[in-house]
Design a protein around this ligand. Structure first.
Ligand SMILES: N[C@@H](CCC[C@H](N)C(=O)O)C(=O)O
Length: 281
């Protein structure tokens, strides 16, 4: 099976072009290929498939085999993949996901290569925005949770997938993300588990975030988590509704919650790492 490894801010996935390849058991394949010793090594598996409703469709599986509704870093990579490889050579690309159709603007260099991509991530869903809560969204705005004798206040935001964001005073670079994230991911308040974001405020328009991802563990970046972080920062009066830089272990994303249409826009890079062939059996 041919595959391509790509990364966006160090959030790395194995991409399969299902215009050409067939994957019959994606959850099992995700578990195998994600293994960094016995597989290819990745934060999960992404299938690029034909779509009846959009230019193409993205399906994303975590290393534990669970399927997520959305993946912000992967959708930029999928747009780059189909643009640069002339499968869908359009500057505006519509990609179907389990969280609906997302629209991506491809920003190219002088060689017509996609360099950064801007994704219309749609409206974040929280109790505070008074948008009806969808099935897997967390139904509360602020939530107090404790672990290992420490209290945290979370703002819960769905970007199609569930996130819980907490602003901390400790230096997030030194924070034990695994110790706390692994407990909160599985808290009873999150019936579908949750991605957990720990955030430092550097300034109203500059945040620093580390993430514990549902079904994965700590990753170098999470696109939906970065959008949820900025939504939470706006809801808590920390950030304005303008471009906010978010520093992640693997790079930086620019997020803006636009108040004209209520949508969040995410801009960031996407890169090919290598192509290969996986012997599946
Ligand atoms: N890294 C991703 C999110 C991947 C899915 C997540 N672990 C979940 O289960 O919701 C991103 O860039 O958004």
């Amino acid at each position: 099976m041919k595959f391509t490894k790509m990364q966006g801010c160090g959030n790395d996935y194995v991409y399969i072009n299902c215009f050409d390849e067939t994957v019959s058991a994606p959850a099992e394949l995700a578990r195998k290929i994600s293994d960094r010793h016995f597989g290819i090594g990745s934060d999960g598996l992404v299938l690029i498939t034909p779509s009846q409703n959009a230019d193409c469709c993205m399906r994303m599986f975590n290393p534990d085999g669970s399927e997520s509704e959305m993946c912000g870093n992967a959708i930029r990579c999928v747009a780059k993949y189909v643009y640069d490889r002339n499968i869908i050579h359009k500057k505006q690309i519509a990609i179907e996901t389990l969280a609906g159709i997302k629209f991506i603007t491809v920003n190219t260099d002088e060689n017509d290569t996609a360099r950064t991509l801007t994704v219309d991530m749609g409206a974040p869903i929280t109790e505070a925005t008074e948008i009806p809560v969808i099935a897997n969204a967390s139904p509360v705005k602020d939530l107090s949770l404790s672990a290992h004798g420490r209290d945290f206040t979370f703002t819960c935001v769905s970007m199609g997938n569930p996130h819980a964001v907490t602003f901390i005073n400790d230096d997030v670079s030194l924070f034990d993300v695994e110790r706390f994230g692994s407990v909160f991911e599985k808290d009873n308040h999150f019936p579908h588990k949750a991605n957990i974001e720990f955030v430092n405020v550097l300034s109203p328009t500059h945040l620093k975030m580390r993430v514990w991802e549902r079904g994965t563990g700590e990753t170098l970046a999470c696109g939906t988590g970065t959008c949820a972080t900025v939504a939470a920062a706006c809801l808590n009066g920390i950030s304005p509704h303008e471009a906010v830089k978010v520093d992640l272990l693997g790079g930086q994303l620019i997020i803006e919650w636009n108040m004209e249409d209520g949508h969040i826009y995410m801009t960031g890079p996407a890169e090919f790492t290598f192509d290969g062939e996986y012997y599946y059996g």
